[in-house]
Structures are given as C-alpha cells and as structure tokens.
Write a protein that binds this ligand. Structure first.
Ligand SMILES: NC(=O)c1ccc[n+]([C@@H]2O[C@H](COP(=O)([O-])OP(=O)(O)OC[C@H]3O[C@@H](n4cnc5c(N)ncnc54)[C@H](O)[C@@H]3O)[C@@H](O)[C@H]2O)c1
Length: 462
C-alpha cells in the first residue's frame, strides 16, 4: 500500500494500492497503456486522439474486418484519413480481437453500440457481452470507463455486477465507503459528445463530463481524458454523467420536434420557417436555433431519449415530452412522402410509376453514416406506393441490408436529371451543386432548405 504522488490525489483520503499509484503515475506521464473496446464512429477517433497524446493504445473489437483494416493501416470511416491510422500505427497503436490483451491495459474505455430492440426498448446486449469479455482479464487497479450512451444506472446496475461476478481474483468495483484493504478496480462513466460532420468546434474544446463510482475513479478517468480534452467536468456520480448525456440529446430531440411541427403550420400559412428561425436567432439571449428536416437520424437522437422513457417506467413515470417529440419527429418521413405525392399531383402526375431520385442517404450532411436515416424510410415508403426510386449519395456507392431496411440499390449518377419526375433533397451534402440540379430537374422537393436563395417555380420546400 502507498499514497499517490500526484498532487490531485491529496483529495483522496483513503490509502490506495501500489498498483493504482503506478497506474496513476503512468496516466499522468502519458506512458499508460489504454484499451478502447468498440472501434466504430466513437471508439476509433478516440483511439487516435489518445495515441496522438502519447499513450500506448490498443483497440479491441469483435469485428475481425475492422481489426484487419486497422492493422494494415487502412481507415473505414470516411472522415478519418488513412494517414491518421498510419501515424498512430507508428506510435504503437494496434488493434486486436484478443481480449486477453486487456490484462496489459491501465485503462479500458468501452464504446460499443446501445440501440433499441424490436420493441423499441434498450438493447444492452453489447454492453453485457463486452463486460463478460472484460471480466476474466480484469486486473487490480485498472480503471474501466463506459462511454456508450445509456440510461442512468447502467454503469452501477449492469456493468459493475458482471465485472465483479466474472473476474477470477475476486476484485470489487471501488466505492468511496469501501474498506481500504479491499482489492479493487475503478469504474467511471463519461459520455461521448461528438457531433459528426461539425468541424466548428475542435474535439479538444468539447468539455468531457466524467462521473466516477468513487473519487479515485474520477481522478484516473480525468487523468486520461485531461490529456486529450482541454476541460474535464467532474460530476458526483456515474448516474449524473449518464443523465447529463440524455438531457443533452432529449433537449435536441424535443426542440427539433418543435420546429418540425411549426414548419408544417408555417407551410399552411405561407410563411418561410427558415426565415423565421434565422430572424429569431438574432436574439442574443434565450433562443437557440434548431432546424426542421425530413426526420431524425443517427445512432443518438432518435434512440437515446427512449432509454430514459423506458427507465422512467420503473418509477411509474411517463416522460410526455419524449413521447410527443418521438411522435412528431417519427411522422416527418411520411410527411415528406405526402409532400412529394402532392407536388406531383399538382402536375397531374401519379406517384405510382413515377421515377424519383432521392438525394442523400446519410442521416445528415457530409457524413458516411446512414443509421436510422429518414432517407431509408422515405425510399421504402415511395417504393411501397409504386414509385420507381433511385438514390444518389457520394458516400454510399451501394446500399444493402441493415437492421431496419433492405434496399439493395446502387448509387445513380447525377446525370439525365430531367428524366426523373421529381428530385427529393433529403440530405443536403455540401458536394451537390443545387443550382445546376434545379436547372436540370423537372421538379425538386427540398426538405432541408438546401436550395435557399434559388428562385424557381420547380422548387417545393417541405
Ligand atoms: N456515432 C456518434 O456520433 C455518437 C455520438 C455520441 C455517442 N455515441 C454513442 O457511442 C456508442 C458507440 O456508438 P458508435 O457510433 O461508435 O457505434 P458503432 O456501431 O460505429 O461502433 C461500435 C463498435 O463496437 C463493436 N462491438 C460491438 N460489440 C462488441 C463487443 N462485444 N466487443 C467489442 N466490440 C464490440 C462493433 O463491432 C463496432 O465496431 C453508442 O452508445 C452511441 O450511442 C455515438
């Protein structure tokens, strides 16, 4: 037993083991080994940041193809250039499917998916399986951090029991009131706040919220994240950190629903909602602009709020804002389809048999992620109503089958636009030349105000 040499540790009253002291020293000197589990949109950029900061980083994933790509220095995420992977490789970054290598890590960060299941209830199977994979390789003094978005309580109620039950050495998750001699590992939750495709804020400048199960866990996690973020925001518990992330996403979801509803009203009233929002946004206080669109997409905003509404049932509590926002946002793809049908109808054209080109598959502009994308629902609905649908998206040469869709389509070239009865802008990628598209098209339905400033009777904004 010993006490930590780092000045921050003066706040910790309990005696801590030599194993923790040396891990903390390695974290603060950036010589620590860090494992990141789940090398997707969140985990891979994180490994690169940690590697750049000097840590020895190992990525863990069950997807052998991802591991193979990374080991060969190849990127599979559009916005991450190959050069970044190669640079990390020269700094010692490696990827593996072998979880036994977790024994060498001082810190382990979990970034696995947290989707909804077929009943739209939290699917924590990825977190559970990951915990089961970590448990046999847990080592005294390690810090385990969960980053996956989830309901308050998951870290303590789901992750910790699996780790405690499954490790071979009888290690316990360290809590503030624990006997000093207990052999422990540390646990924290720290939500990811990335906004894919938004480069206006540098990743370093996004403050990192950290909730430890005890002060030592907060200290260790803050040491790791402090190396890659300019500001860490410690909170008093894992549940507070979990709830913080949900509040942020629910705030977004509810406000988007509000402008989506007002958009439909404004269309009826002949008022341009985008002009209204931009005018309101000049108010220097009390108003934050949100913009309407064809519906929510991505792995976060359409899903995360329902983690909380599910958990709230335990307290017999009905989260009305979440349900209402889900209802309004969920109806937007159908509103787009109805608007396309109405626009064609005004030209005495039926939707059935019409050739429609959908621009943009990704759920938002300039990214290669189509999870929960409203484009998929819109395409399927148009097809069900007999339209002959093509799509164009520079990020997706083909689209196959996913959790909630089965399209099997190939990207159509952006040529012969006059041969389509209607072109629907669902994702406003920056690469598109909207002026030329409007010039060549017969009819354009614009769900994103991408044709702002272009004056043409061919455009229908919805
Ligand atoms: N994508 C975003 O913009 C974003 C933003 C904030 C928070 N989040 C949250 O971060 C978490 C991860 O999201 P993502 O977008 O990176 O997901 P993702 O699907 O892109 O990546 C998850 C990775 O985890 C791997 N994986 C799954 N099960 C595993 C297991 N048992 N062991 C090891 N690896 C496993 C998958 O193979 C995949 O590579 C989610 O909870 C999500 O809600 C995502």
């Amino acid at each position: 037993m010993g006490t930590a040499t780092n000045p921050g540790m003066a706040t910790l009253s309990a005696v801590i083991s030599e194993s923790v002291v040396s891990r903390l020293e390695r974290i603060h000197s950036r010589t620590a080994s860090i494992g990141v589990i789940g090398l997707g949109y969140v985990g891979l950029p994180l490994t690169l940041l940690l590697s750049e900061a000097g840590f020895k980083v190992t990525g863990f994933d069950i997807d052998a193809a991802k591991v193979e790509n990374l080991e060969a220095g190849r990127s599979y995420i559009h916005r991450i250039p190959q050069t970044e992977i190669l640079r990390a490789r020269t700094q010692g970054f490696g990827a593996t499917c072998d979880f036994a290598k977790l024994v060498h890590q001082d810190a382990v960060i979990i970034c696995v998916p947290t989707p909804l299941d077929e009943h739209r209830e939290p699917d924590l199977s990825f977190i559970r399986k990951t915990a089961e994979s970590i448990a046999p390789w847990l080592v005294e003094g390690q810090i385990i951090v969960l980053e996956s978005t989830t309901y308050p309580g998951t870290t303590e109620e789901v992750l910790v029991p699996i780790l405690e039950a499954g490790n071979r050495q009888g290690l316990r998750a360290r809590r503030a009131d624990m006997h000093a001699e207990t052999r422990t590992f540390q646990i924290a939750f720290s939500p990811e706040r990335e906004d894919p495709g938004n480069d206006s804020v540098a990743r370093r400048d996004i403050p990192k919220v950290i909730g430890g199960l005890d002060p030592l866990a907060s200290e260790m996690a803050s040491g790791v994240y402090g190396a890659i973020f300019n500001r860490t925001v410690p909170v008093s518990s894992t549940a507070v950190a979990e709830m913080t992330k949900l509040l942020e996403n629910i705030y977004r979801c509810v406000n988007i629903a509000l402008v989506n509803e007002l958009k439909i009203l404004c269309l009826k009233m002949g008022i341009d909602i985008w002009e209204v929002i931009n005018a309101a946004a000049t108010k220097p206080f009390g108003f934050h602009p949100f913009y309407p669109g064809p519906g929510l997409g991505g792995h976060c905003i359409p899903i995360d709020p329902f983690y909380l509404s599910w958990k709230a049932r335990e307290w017999d509590f009905h989260t009305r804002f979440i349900e209402l926002a889900g209802e309004v946002n969920g109806a937007m793809p159908q509103f787009v389809v109805q608007s396309i049908a109405a626009a064609l109808n005004r030209h005495s054209i039926a939707l059935r048999g019409s050739r429609i080109l959908v621009l943009g598959l990704a759920y938002k502009k300039d990214i290669d992620d189509l999870r929960e994308s409203p484009s998929l629902t819109i395409i399927e609905s148009l097809q069900q109503q007999g339209a002959e649908v093509s799509y164009n998206d520079p990020y997706f040469p083909t689209v196959g089958r996913g959790r909630h869709y089965n399209l099997n389509m190939t990207c159509a070239p952006l040529t012969q636009l006059h041969t389509y009865a209607c072109i629907v802008i669902v994702t406003d990628h920056s690469d598109y030349d909207y002026k030329t598209i409007v010039q060549e098209a017969r009819l354009v339905v614009d769900t994103r105000n991408a044709t702002k400033g272009i004056d043409s009777p061919k455009i229908v904004r919805c």
